[in-house]
Design a protein around this ligand. Structure first.
Ligand SMILES: [Zn+2]
Length: 430
């Protein structure tokens, strides 16, 4: 462990520390940020449970206070700015005091050591460097540990492959989709990617499934660890997996997690899925109180077999704004993707058609076949036994994972529109 004293602190002591730091953060925010002075009113928190009485902070608040309206220190005291790409116009600007950067290095070091990072290891960082927090977040954490950093940044797949092959780093840090792309490109060139000598991969910045984890581990020949974060809270390092890989340990002496119902905002008990809400406990430039992350997960405070005592979150299910409610059931596109990845005869290229015109909502999934199936079924001839079998297989898996009956249609190859971003392919018929 990087910081055994903090990471194994008994729960009771941890909660006392959280409560003290929460009180301090509320005072700090009220004194220094007009937005919070108005928003929070006078009320005090006497227990961690009182947190639920405070209002949420949302991405729209950051957007409306653009660029520095939520900062709690004067700009000359801000040591660094980062920004997240705004999907709707302006980016979200975040700031760090020198002390905040120290906290970031600390939590990144914890997450990276939990994933197997050690002093002296060579680490190739293929996250983008710049306003995005990925590259510099990993970079600073790795330097804090005493690793040898290869700041490859994102892009240039061929060069990433060359560096992996020739420098033989112990670890690779990247988005999971980029890491898989690098591995596939190397394999196409005839490189035995299983023999690269990698000991671990650290992946994050987008939700990824356990299926993708297995693909990455096969392709790179090393275990793949999930590291979670978001720039509004600090960047990567908010939470990360240990060797048990049984949820992500939240650095909850710095960030206090809650799970709320995305619709009603009511706090959910441990083990119930909902939207992750985070309160910063130690950050000074940009304290955020009950920040709605939009990420869907669940929480546990049960002991982990690694000995760390922090709360853990489950791997992310997707974004709460992607969630569909169909016949009263919450449906996440990521669950559909997971079910499709388990069927060899279809591609994870799909779109959902939700037809709400009838009394009973009808859910149809249109999915593209794998090339082998097209050949086997005379070009997807309707009524061909192979087509019928695959439709039944996909429908059964979706029923098992979603608890919903879904009509499955196989559509000709390359007919589902491809998108660059994380678009949810849903067509609503109202
Ligand atoms: Zn653990």
């Amino acid at each position: 462990m990087w910081n055994a004293e903090a990471e194994t602190q008994p729960r009771a002591a941890r909660e006392a520390l959280q409560l003290a730091r929460l009180g301090e953060t509320l005072r700090w925010a009220r004194e220094r940020v007009a937005f919070y002075r108005e928003r929070l009113g006078e009320g005090d928190v006497r227990s961690l449970g009182d947190l639920a009485t405070l209002p949420f902070t949302r991405k729209t608040d950051l957007r409306e206070q653009y660029p520095f309206g939520l900062f709690a220190v004067p700009l000359p005291e801000v040591a660094r700015l980062h920004a997240s790409s705004g999907t709707k116009g302006k980016p979200t600007v975040v700031g760090y005091t020198a002390g905040d950067l120290e906290i970031w290095r600390e939590v990144m070091a914890r997450a990276m050591v939990a994933a197997g990072g050690r002093r002296g290891d060579l680490l190739q960082i293929a996250f983008g460097y710049g306003l995005f927090t990925g590259g510099l977040g990993f970079h600073d954490g790795a330097e804090r540990i005493g690793m040898t950093v290869v700041p490859a940044s994102s892009g240039n797949t061929a060069r990433q492959g060359l560096l992996l092959r020739d420098l033989r780093p112990a670890g690779l840090a990247a988005t999971p989709s980029f890491a898989l792309h690098i591995a596939e490109t190397l394999a196409e060139d005839g490189t035995d990617t299983g023999a690269l000598g990698l000991r671990y991969g650290m992946f994050g910045a987008e939700p990824w499934s356990d299926e993708l984890r297995r693909s990455l581990e096969r392709a790179l020949g090393c275990p793949a660890f999930d590291i979670y974060g978001l720039s509004e809270i600090i960047g990567p390092g908010v939470a990360g997996e240990c060797e048990a890989r049984d949820g992500l340990h939240v650095a909850d002496d710095h960030f206090l997690p809650e799970i709320v119902d995305p619709g009603t905002g009511a706090v959910q008990p441990p083990g119930v899925q909902g939207e992750l809400v985070l309160t910063t406990l130690t950050k000074r430039a940009l304290p955020l109180i009950r920040y709605r992350t939009g990420d869907v997960t669940m929480l546990t405070r049960e002991a982990c077999r690694c000995g760390r005592t922090s709360a853990r979150i489950a791997r992310l299910k997707g974004r709460s704004d992607d969630m569909l409610v169909i016949k009263g059931v919450n449906v996440y596109p990521s669950e559909i993707e997971l079910a499709l990845l388990s069927v060899d005869d279809v591609l994870p290229q799909y779109q959902l058609v939700v037809d709400r015109r009838a009394t009973l909502v009808r859910l149809e999934i249109q999915v593209e076949p794998a090339p082998g199936l097209v050949e086997r079924s005379d070009g997807l001839r309707p009524g061909h036994p192979a087509v019928a079998a695959v439709r039944q297989d996909v429908a059964a898996r979706l029923r098992a994972s979603l608890g919903l009956g879904v009509e499955v249609t196989l559509v000709p190859p390359r007919t589902i529109p491809r998108s660059e971003g994380k678009a949810v392919r849903v067509i609503e018929q109202n």
